[in-house]
Write a protein that binds this ligand. Sequence first.
Ligand code: FNR
Length: 372
Amino acid sequence: ATPQAAQEASGTGPATGLLARLRDQARARLDPVHWDFFEGGADGERAVAENEAAFRRLALLPRVLRGSGPARTTVDLPGAPDTLPVVVAPTAFHKLAHPAGEAATARAAAAAGAVLTTSMASTTAVGEVAAAARAVRPEAAVWFQLYLQPEPAVTRELVRRAEAAGCTALVVTVDSPVFGRRARDDRNRFHDLPPGYAAENMRDLPGGPPGSTRPIAMSPALSWADLAALRAATRLPVLVKGVLHPEDARIAVAEGVAGVVVSNHGGRQLDAAPAALEALPAVADAVAGRVPVLLDGGVRSGADVVTALALGATAVGVGRPVLWGLAADGERGAARVLAELREQTAHVLTLCGSADCAGVTRDQVVRRGGQA
Ligand code: FNR
């Protein structure tokens, strides 16, 4: 057997089994330019590779004879009680993956009992996305991701739309003072949506002509004061996404955020950033259980989910795997990805001797070939 076949059979490695098959199908179906947009990262794509590699450097030490029974795989997150510890991370432009777009992703997440974080850069308006989720499961939780816009009136209008849609939390992405440089997109000259698609949340915002869409702005001038202004303008819990430094996590908690997402944006912003997983323990220590800590980047299996939980995450986010499922087979493909991760997570937790998502501990994570 080739090493890859052996890896697939053993169920270890970045994307194995079902996820790897859906990834291959997605690649075969998608326009290569759109595949590159979904799959690529910043500059030399080192941070992309590191996110997955960091998991492969680690192993789980099971505990035995603890009488824990089959593991329970739900956690409580802001605005999402009793939810899967696997959240759909915000990703842009789902209609480029599949014509059914974000509505299909929303139905898949709702069916799996997973939170959907819908991106500000979605090709379907947030109201329609949230309605699609609730049509499957009335209590389905949808979070709205946003970049704080330099014009406060624009940010406020986006928040108002998320609230009106029934979103139960806001996720403010803070790792993007400027847009990452994406070599693949530059090579492909992919800088705009094709005709017929638009970032629908950006339509009809203050200051633009009726019917027009505004470009999403990123600003290096934003500060904690802007986050405080956002918090004052909404009753929704606010999570910050894209924290890697433990001091920033400490500040975020002092500022009153409801959660911290450890993320290097799937390797699409600072290419020199460490793997999200490597930044997790120090952030978890800084947060010290005061609010939930989420991690995204490179999660490709239940073992990866459990490793992140053991290192201090309350839940993880998955970005590309959901896009693979969506591109391969629409709603059904995305649903299969989430169901597979749920089943693998329950299985690995049980094998590790844990009764629930909080029962795996840092001492159960060791470096392969040596000491923790
Ligand atoms: C993203 N990500 C992202 N994050 C965000 O806050 N807003 C966004 O609009 C997007 N868009 C986006 C598009 C695509 C194609 C990808 C791959 C990623 C980052 C995303 O939320 C998450 O941090 C990573 O995707 C996690 O890494 P994995 O699971 O893709 O390895």
